[in-house]
Design a protein around this ligand. Structure first.
Ligand SMILES: Nc1ncnc2c1ncn2[C@@H]1O[C@H](COP(=O)(O)OP(=O)(O)O)[C@@H](O)[C@H]1O
Ligand SMILES: [Mg+2]
Length: 502
């Protein structure tokens, strides 16, 4: 693609973009939401006509005037939102619009053989007779890929394919991608997740605000450099200072195990401490014991073995109340079910923890009390930038980012000694994410100890003073948060225990 521009009304979604893909490579388009990635690919797939610029396919200039034309050339695309017909089976979806059809009859058995062969070759496991509605998104995605391959795709565009996948499913997709490139096919991969981009790409083209910032080859830039290219220096947010005044442990775990036979819902022999004034990051692929660890550290679960101490005192009774009493705050992994009371209004959700606080329960008459509560919640709305029509509206009607801010207001305002934050920015946009991160840094500066559990390695790298990697319920290693060794951490994430010098 050469000098491609695309104008919508008076706005340019693509500006003079040049982009090329070689046979057998994974070329990633990296950029924030709105950078113009999908637009560029929709042009390549014949869905949009460029305002300016030229496209060459195998050396020849082409005018791709429709998706059918793109498919004829050998270009396939798996869109951000799948385009399958839900009421049909995988098989029917794949052969839909099949140009190999002659006359009225389709040789279904031959088609099926062909699709099964493709499925086996690339290990795209799909039950061809299952209805799309009954499939997981991961399977639906495999159907989309099979469909593109069946139609002869040599260049395959995957538009944010991992956005809808679990980490395990994403790994499976990467294996498929590798097999495709081994067979000489080209992949255009779209993502804004740094870790996977670094892992899978031969080249990376960074787009920002519709323009190419740079194209880099594998290994030329690390996560930080790419992030900077992607968001622009002025917005770079990966430069939080590291902890300076680290104090005593607020919580410590000594050989803690829970449900230790389970690789995915238990922990085994975990020892760790979180001290005042530091953020300890727990990295790991989802489902390696993170939930259980968080629940033990907030009193929801009692460990089967090992000791837990809060503020230096062994915990006797594992109840949420005990932990609240020791000033442990919790930003839970599932904010809608665990963190908030959906049917209650915003004010009530902010106050739930404070309900027993003296300032409100002082015998000053019901009206004064109500007044104080209103003033307090108004203040919180301001301070935590909670955007809503009214604090009297039900919390369930707020956006995810604003719900999370309500939780922060409730959990952080009285400066907890320990904050256990689990996937605190999952599903949030950049602005809300930044807000949550700022709030965590502030909690640390206020002398709290923070445990950050996240499967987003970028977040862990950006925020943590120390990093522990969890795999199948065990700690694979501990790493310094200052200049963290990303390669070693990646190995640990895959279950390789860090070599410890003796
Ligand atoms: N059909 C359209 N009409 C008007 N604006 C559009 C259209 N498609 C995309 N845009 C705008 O172009 C910009 C780039 O969008 P897009 O290519 O979808 O970005 P990305 O895929 O990188 O998130 C966005 O600001 C988007 O709102
Ligand atoms: Mg897009």
């Amino acid at each position: 693609m050469e000098g491609i521009s695309k104008q919508f009304a008076d706005f340019y979604a693509n500006k003079d973009i040049s982009f090329d893909v070689r046979a057998g490579e994974v070329h990633t388009l990296l950029g924030e939401n709105g950078a113009g990635k999908s637009t560029l690919m929709n042009i390549l797939f014949g869905l949009y006509q460029p305002t300016a610029g030229r496209i060459f396919y195998k050396g020849e200039e082409v005018k791709i005037d429709s998706p059918a034309h793109a498919v004829r050339l050998g270009i396939g695309m798996v869109h951000q939102h799948f385009m399958l017909i839900e009421a049909m089976s995988a098989f029917e979806n794949i052969i839909l619009g099949d140009k190999k059809q002659r006359g009225l009859f389709i040789d279904r058995a031959a088609r099926r053989k062909e699709i099964e062969a493709l499925s086996a070759l690339y290990r795209l496991e799909v039950d061809l007779d299952a209805q799309i509605t009954d499939m997981s998104v991961g399977t639906q995605q495999r159907v989309e890929i099979l469909k593109a391959l069946y139609r002869g795709a040599e260049v395959l565009v995957l538009d944010e394919p991992t956005a809808v996948l679990t980490d395990q499913e994403a790994e499976g997709l990467f294996d498929v991608v590798r097999r495709l490139t081994d067979e000489g096919k080209s992949i255009i991969f779209i993502s804004h997740k740094m870790r996977e981009v670094l892992k899978i790409s031969d080249r990376i083209t960074v787009l920002r605000a519709g323009e190419v910032v740079r194209t880099v080859a594998r290994g030329e830039e690390q996560a930080e450099g790419l992030a900077r290219l992607m968001i622009g220096r002025e917005l770079a947010r990966s430069d939080y200072p590291h902890a300076k005044n680290v104090g005593d442990a607020v919580i410590s775990l000594e050989s803690v195990s829970y449900n230790k036979e389970s690789k995915h819902a238990g922990v085994r022999g975990i020892s760790l401490a979180v001290r005042r004034g530091e953020i300890v990051g727990i990295a790991g692929v989802d489902g390696n014991g993170q939930s259980q660890l968080a629940q033990i550290m907030t009193g929801v679960l009692a460990p089967d073995e090992g000791q837990v101490a809060l503020m230096g005192k062994p915990v006797g009774k594992f109840t949420v109340k005990t932990f609240l009493g020791e000033r442990v705050a919790h930003v839970p992994e599932d904010r809608t079910h665990m963190g908030l009371f959906g049917g209650m209004n915003v004010r009530e959700n902010i106050l739930i923890k404070q309900a027993q606080a003296e300032s409100f329960s002082a015998a000053r008459g019901l009206f004064l009390k109500k007044d104080a509560m209103r003033r307090y919640t108004d203040e919180m709305r301001e301070k935590y930038d909670i955007r809503c029509d009214s604090l009297d509206q039900e919390i369930r009607n707020l956006s995810g980012g604003n719900q999370q801010k309500v939780i922060l207001a409730r959990e952080l305002e009285d400066k907890p000694d320990l904050l256990v934050a689990v996937h605190p920015t999952r599903g949030l946009d950049i602005g809300a994410t930044r807000f949550v991160h700022d709030a965590m840094i502030e909690a640390r500066e206020n002398g709290g100890g923070i445990l950050l559990i996240s499967s987003d390695l970028d977040e862990i790298l950006e925020m943590s003073d120390r990093i522990l990697v969890l795999f199948e319920g065990e700690v694979m290693g501990e790493f310094d948060g200052v200049n963290p060794p990303i390669d070693e951490i990646s190995l640990a994430l895959a279950g390789n225990r860090k070599e410890v010098a003796v």
